[in-house]
Design a protein around this ligand. Sequence first.
Ligand SMILES: Cc1cc2nc3c(=O)[nH]c(=O)nc-3n(C[C@H](O)[C@H](O)[C@H](O)COP(=O)(O)O)c2cc1C
Length: 206
Amino acid sequence: MKKRTFIVIITLLFATFSFTTNAQANQRKEQNMKAKKTLVAFFSRAGENYAVGHIEKGNTHIIAEMIAAETRGDLFHIEPQTPYPDDYTECTEVAKRELNAQARPAIKDDAAVEDYDIIFIGYPNWWGDMPMPVYTFIGKHHWQGKAVIPFCTHEGSGLSDTGNKLKTACKGTTILKGLAVRGATAQNAQAQAKESVKDWLSKLKL
Ligand SMILES: Cc1cc2nc3c(=O)[nH]c(=O)nc-3n(C[C@H](O)[C@H](O)[C@H](O)COP(=O)(O)O)c2cc1C
């Protein structure tokens, strides 16, 4: 056999082998995801916001949809019964009052958290904390034995201490490493945001 033919055969064999192992790995990943039921619950507010102007879809909402698409999880939007003001400054004032009062504003609808194994919880960083309706949602459920994974959008504060706050609020859960994305990136640089989401999810090894 000529040397060049030999090299071509070896290259083809190698390509076939690596294609098969990649396909098998993807199949295993999908089976794993299907076996574990995943929920992506998030709070997000459209309207006027810092760094992005007036938006139709909230920044965290955009990231939540990316995570749900990647994990084949179910989406649940945590929505307050009384909407927050559309005006950014007014919203920050209401949110500050609620934070100081540790309010638990009523929310619309609910999700069957108890049916899921993995629950992503997403929120914007509001005054270094989660918006109070997220605590209302958490307070309605039992979290023992669940894996909770935080993600947030922000404009400089990252996740702040919300991982620890979640650990206290969701009693008996394991909190996995969270993701923080700039709101403006989620809104205006979605390809970049998607890369961050994919990279983070692959490192979580769910
Ligand atoms: C009430 C309020 C408080 C905020 N506080 C902070 C903050 O403390 N740190 C920060 O980095 N960004 C803060 N932001 C900016 C938001 O975290 C950011 O715009 C986020 O992407 C909004 O997400 P959403 O569109 O999903 O609601 C605040 C925004 C609002 C409306």
